[in-house]
Write a protein that binds this ligand. Structure first.
Ligand SMILES: [Zn+2]
Length: 255
């Protein structure tokens, strides 16, 4: 069809009888039916629906038929093959091509000097920490603390965090379940006088991670009043707080 006006918002497409007949088509109305023919051959038929409008039986004919797609392998740079094969060694890929081990593996650029960012990140590692000598400590000399969480599943009392307070010298341990991390500092401050009363020993150092309320002014002042020296572990270095971290694992393994 030519000279068709396409109006998407109109809801229906209308055909002008004047235009169709001017193009040489014959339009015949008979009762509720209509037919469009050319050279005696009926092309389109339709039926009246409402308001004197006829609905035509039309099918959209694809513009081109009998289309076939053929794929052809084209060589791509080695860096692309490196990512296609999940970051395998470049030399291995070159060998795979040489020995024709993979169908369609064609390398267009053998430059192996390009740097793969993903591989650099993937192969980065931290040098191991020096094994620490286990020092014998007196009761109250060092109290270590650690917070674990948030847990994926809350406890029966809706707690998401676990606070561990442990005396290095005596292995005396106390656990608290917290709804909020901010409760930890208050519980540690409560622990110190209780521990001192029970053991008749002074708390000298208290070690925690540098996060949450442990870095707050109020907490620091209270610790100073209690005569305890605050120590921090370096962020993302749980190795420095081995005793507390190990105990956390032990507790979690029991649950
Ligand atoms: Zn890579």
């Amino acid at each position: 069809m030519r000279k068709v006006l396409y109006v998407p918002d109109i809801g229906v497409n209308l055909i002008s009888i004047g235009t169709v007949t001017a193009l040489g088509a014959k339009v015949v109305y008979s009762g509720c039916d209509v037919s469009f023919s050319r050279n005696g051959i009926v092309d389109i038929t339709g039926r009246r629906i409402e308001n004197g409008v006829y609905k035509l039986n039309l099918k959209v004919k694809p513009a081109e038929t009998n289309r076939a797609l053929v794929s052809k392998s084209v060589g791509v740079p080695l860096s692309v093959w490196h990512t296609r094969f999940p970051h395998v060694n470049n030399k291995t890929i070159q060998k795979m091509e040489q020995l024709q081990l993979v169908d369609g593996l064609a390398i267009s650029n053998h430059d192996i000097s390009c740097i793969c960012e993903g591989c650099i990140y993937g192969k980065m590692c931290r040098s191991p920490f020096i094994e620490s000598k286990r020092e014998e400590r007196e009761v109250g000399e060092l109290i270590v603390t650690d917070i674990q969480g948030p847990m994926q599943v809350p406890s029966l009392s809706q707690a998401f965090y676990l606070l561990l307070i442990k005396d290095h010298g005596s292995s005396y341990r106390k656990c608290h379940f917290l709804k909020k991390k901010s409760e930890a500092a208050y519980l540690i401050l409560q622990f110190i006088p209780l521990f001192e009363t029970e053991t008749n020993k002074k708390v000298q150092h208290i070690r925690s991670e540098r996060r949450g309320k442990f870095d707050g002014k109020e907490y620091k002042c209270r610790l100073a009043e209690l005569g305890a020296v605050q120590e921090f572990t370096i962020s993302y270095s749980p190795q420095q707080n081995g005793v507390a971290e190990r105990d956390n694992r032990t507790i979690m393994d029991h649950t």
